[in-house]
Design a protein around this ligand. Sequence first.
Ligand code: FMN
Length: 184
Amino acid sequence: MEKKKVLFVVGSLRENSFNRKLALAAEEQMKGKMKIAWLNYEDLPYMNQDLEENPPESVTRCREQFLNADGVWFFTPEYNGMIPGGEKNMLDWMSRPLVAGNMQSGTALKGKCATASGVGGSFKTARVRAQLDDLLQFCGMNVMTESQTGVSTNVMETVFVISDEVKEELKQQGVDFIQFMERN
Ligand SMILES: Cc1cc2nc3c(=O)[nH]c(=O)nc-3n(C[C@H](O)[C@H](O)[C@H](O)COP(=O)(O)O)c2cc1C
């Protein structure tokens, strides 16, 4: 069977992002098991319906990245208990019809599989992952909610060490996600 194509989305834009490190660890665990691409969304403008008719190149590029994937794996921080603004803005763009004004034209998200992990403080990003699950379902994605990886760390530190236990959780989540994509 063809390897599943999975798009990695990191909800943090900062260079030393712990969530990016978690995603890199997941990539390492999934070596040879899935085909991974990384979403590049840093240059998206704020969602503005006036821009939809002639969307900027960054929007088209992000859409293509989603459309090329079987599934999407989110690695998200929690900002004030919620989805970070940049990540939410990207999802708002991606939730819009592929042909402006034509609600029947589909979206870059609809029908895709999704799963979420995250690094944060004591809540292990549980709140933001629950919100993300809701939002992604609202956008028509098939969300795997049973198997997730939530990590708690001291977010005031500059160093984030990923334990063997977390690596195992990521591996399990990845294997579960492959099966989930095969079923959905
Ligand atoms: C605006 C802002 C709000 C935050 N709110 C929360 C929060 O509600 N819960 C939490 O666990 N951490 C919160 N944090 C701390 C982040 O979890 C921490 O900075 C984390 O390292 C961000 O993820 P990253 O390392 O991938 O950038 C917040 C950080 C920022 C910048």
